[in-house]
Design a protein around this ligand. Structure first.
Ligand code: ADP
Length: 389
């Protein structure tokens, strides 16, 4: 049996899924190694949800991503016969030119390494497993699937910053991220409600990273993310949109670039505002004023940005919630939906509480949906498609 491995490598975790790729794609296992380098823990489940592994390791056994890859590879070889014909990787940054996934060789890898300054916390981790596999299994097909690719069809005018135009050619432009999630949701919407899928839609990917994407006829025309995954909405620990004057103020006050990077990526967003947690669940459960401030600000910024994207679309037919917060929190969906009332959106409380796909009333002028995303399946599909003769 031919299989495709999907890898989503982060700073301290390695998510992976194995798909059988015989004729159609079928998910076999889903796993995650977290606490890499500190308290490594491997959890693997079957597609049906049965627990297949639940192991902890001494930190020196799994000090880094390549070590985690080796361990996961060993588990897969022992437990799964069949031949792994390709590995699909989530890569956050594909730069200005990659409009589609690509098979990675040493030249492409070098090109992708060049985008590291644009995604300093994500890109090195995304590329580490690719590098390790290229070294040890040079003939294994590896496909890089980019979070930026889905947004490459934007009108270039929209992706400019209003700084001297030559910076655009140098690559200082708005890229947009979460593209694999948006591509998957756009595809689902085309199945669930084809007319709406051809219309003007905002998708809200609200997880530990958060952004909105404006879809027209299933294609991205705008997004709240920009040059890096710091822009747009406030996130778990990232600041979102900020006046560049604040950055000048901090730098001129003596902060180093490295300290500023840490502040903006790791200490800001819901965590920075609340002083409590980056996790919406903790904030919802807390009585502390900081928790209320952080959540109010998050909802406020989503409302403002939804207005901006509705303007880009020239109106709105549907608003779709997805990712950790969007899929799991009826309370947050309700709070955000209230910000969309002026556009004509009316939530149906019972449908929302039940987490149905359509959560607006039948009379609502703007349809509201809750659509679980599946970035891993999207990566598997791309990888499968690129392998086809
Ligand atoms: P990522 O893949 O970006 O790490 P997810 O899309 O899995 O993130 O989202 C993770 C976030 O989703 C958590 O940090 C948490 O804030 C939020 N989340 C998950 N479940 C719930 C829930 N039941 N209620 C509110 N927020 C939730």
């Amino acid at each position: 049996m031919d299989t495709i491995l999907v890898i989503n490598a982060g700073s301290s975790s390695l998510k992976f899924e194995l798909f059988a790729s015989v004729g159609v794609l079928r998910r076999l296992v889903k796993g995650k190694m977290d606490g890499i380098g500190t308290a490594p823990h491997l959890a693997i489940k079957s597609a049906g949800g049965d627990r297949l592994a639940d192991e902890t390791y001494p930190h020196e056994t799994v000090p880094d991503l390549p070590a985690a890859m080796r361990l996961v590879g060993q588990w897969l070889r022992e437990r799964h016969e069949g031949e792994m014909v390709a590995v699909g990787h989530r890569v956050v940054h594909g730069g200005p030119d990659h409009t589609h996934p690509v098979r990675v060789d040493q030249n492409i890898l070098r090109e992708l390494e060049g985008f590291t300054p644009l995604a300093p916390l994500h890109q090195p981790n995304n590329l580490a497993p690719i590098r390790a596999l290229l070294e040890h299994q040079p003939h294994l097909a590896q496909i890089a699937c980019f979070d930026t690719a889905f947004h490459r069809g934007h009108d270039p005018m929209t992706d400019h910053y209003a700084i001297p135009a030559h910076y655009f050619a140098e690559g200082v432009r708005r890229y947009g991220f979460h593209g694999l999630s948006y591509e998957y949701v756009a595809g689902r919407l085309a199945e669930i409600a084809p007319d709406i899928g051809r219309g003007r839609v905002i998708v809200a990917h609200l997880g530990s990273g958060a952004s909105l994407c404006a879809l027209k006829d299933g294609k991205s025309i705008e997004s709240t993310f920009g040059f890096t995954a710091l822009d747009g909405l406030p996130m778990g620990t990232r600041c979102g949109q900020i006046d560049p004057g604040v950055l000048l103020y901090l730098l001129q006050g003596g902060m180093t670039a490295a300290e500023l990077q840490d502040l903006l990526y790791k200490e800001s967003g819901l965590k920075g505002l609340s002083g409590i947690s980056n996790d919406v669940r903790d904030l919802l459960a807390s009585e502390a004023p900081g928790a209320a401030l952080a959540l109010d600000h998050f909802v406020h910024r989503i409302g403002l940005n939804a207005g901006a994207l509705a303007a880009a679309l020239g109106g709105l037919d549907a608003f779709v919630f997805t990712a950790g917060v969007g899929e799991n929190s009826p309370v947050m969906r309700e709070r955000i939906s209230r910000k969309l009332a002026w556009l004509g959106a009316t939530l149906d409380p019972a449908r929302n509480a039940a987490g149905e796909l359509l959560i607006s009333t039948d009379q609502s002028k703007v349809a509201l949906y809750c659509v679980p995303t599946d970035e891993e399946l999207m990566i598997a599909r791309h990888t499968f498609a690129l392998l086809a003769p």
